[in-house]
Design a protein around this ligand. Structure first.
Ligand SMILES: *[C@@H]1O[C@H](CO)[C@@H](O)[C@H](O)[C@H]1NC(C)=O
Ligand SMILES: *[C@@H]1O[C@H](CO)[C@@H](O)[C@H](O)[C@H]1NC(C)=O
Length: 264
């Protein structure tokens, strides 16, 4: 089935035979009774959930915002495949009203941090990633999705783990191995650690991803072959988040983990 799907996809890309390819696959699927399985392929069945934390001071260095969050906050919970899976499943803030105190504290919108609560960031995360996460029964409502992300974030306590192991914001630089080593020896899995590179030879710690399988067991974020490629991060696709280009930190350049700046 996978081969047929891949062959069809090739056709689509190479020749633009969109209708013909879909029809072909649909017929084959009906024929072999695998309609449900192929449907899953089309909607990008995912196998891994990526819990992404960002360091607010670095984000605000990139985006010229001001932040008072001196701990790692949530960026998102992302399935490893698919984005914007269901445009008709709208975000509704009322459905997660009970989670608001935690959302504001642990998943703040760093760009819109005025007195009025902005739901722009959460809406974006829901549309882009939540609507794909719903494939899992454990995440098949908006409330389940956001509460699971908060639960994983608090159980993991990445911020606490780093502090306990003396990885703290500092004017003294770190090597990537120091930071990665602490995370890896504590959680027993490989994280993905990303930096902002303001200029050549400089990097600022920005984002840390920790990965789970569908059963919420921790797993390595990167396979060894992926390790060698510098993936541009999942870049938020609307302005001004779109500038937020984090790239996997370079092992050979010292890492700046910036302390929280006071009010300007
Ligand atoms: C998309 O979302 C709508 C609204 O929640 C829902 O009724 C529909 O079943 C969803 N479609 C898929 C393919 O999940
Ligand atoms: C949002 O959810 C609430 C609670 O279920 C419901 O009453 C309201 O109509 C929904 N709003 C929209 C725009 O769908």
């Amino acid at each position: 089935m996978l081969l047929i799907y891949l062959a069809a996809k090739e056709n689509i890309i190479q020749e633009g035979w969109i209708m013909r390819s879909y029809t072909l696959v649909a017929l084959l699927c009906l024929g072999c009774g695998l309609g449900a399985a192929s449907y899953k392929l089309f909607v990008h069945e995912w196998n891994k959930l990526i819990l992404t934390h960002h360091w607010p001071q670095t984000f605000c260095t990139m985006e010229s915002c001001h932040t008072e969050f001196g701990y790692w906050t949530l960026h998102g919970l992302w399935p490893d495949k698919g984005d914007m899976c269901n445009s008709s499943w709208h975000f509704n803030a009322t459905l997660i009203e009970d989670l608001m105190p935690q959302m504001k504290k642990f998943w703040p919108d760093l760009l819109h941090s005025g007195p009025a609560t902005s739901t722009v960031f959460w809406k974006h995360e829901w549309i882009k990633h939540g609507t794909c996460a719903v494939q899992s029964e454990t995440l098949d409502t908006e409330h389940k999705y956001f509460s699971k992300a908060l639960e994983l974030y608090s159980k993991l306590d990445l911020d606490g783990t780093l502090k306990t192991h003396n990885i703290v914001p500092s004017e003294t630089y770190y090597m990537l191995d120091d930071i990665e080593g602490v995370i890896q020896s504590f959680y027993k899995v490989k994280p993905k650690i990303q930096c902002y590179h303001p200029k050549k030879g400089e990097q600022i710690l920005g984002q840390i991803e920790i990965c789970f399988n569908k059963e919420y067991t921790l797993m390595d974020c990167q396979t060894s072959e992926e390790d060698t490629i510098n993936h541009p991060n999942d870049i938020l696709s609307f302005q001004p988040y779109a500038n937020a280009g984090f790239i996997v930190c370079d092992r050979n350049i010292k890492v700046y983990y910036p302390p929280l700046k006071g009010k300007p």
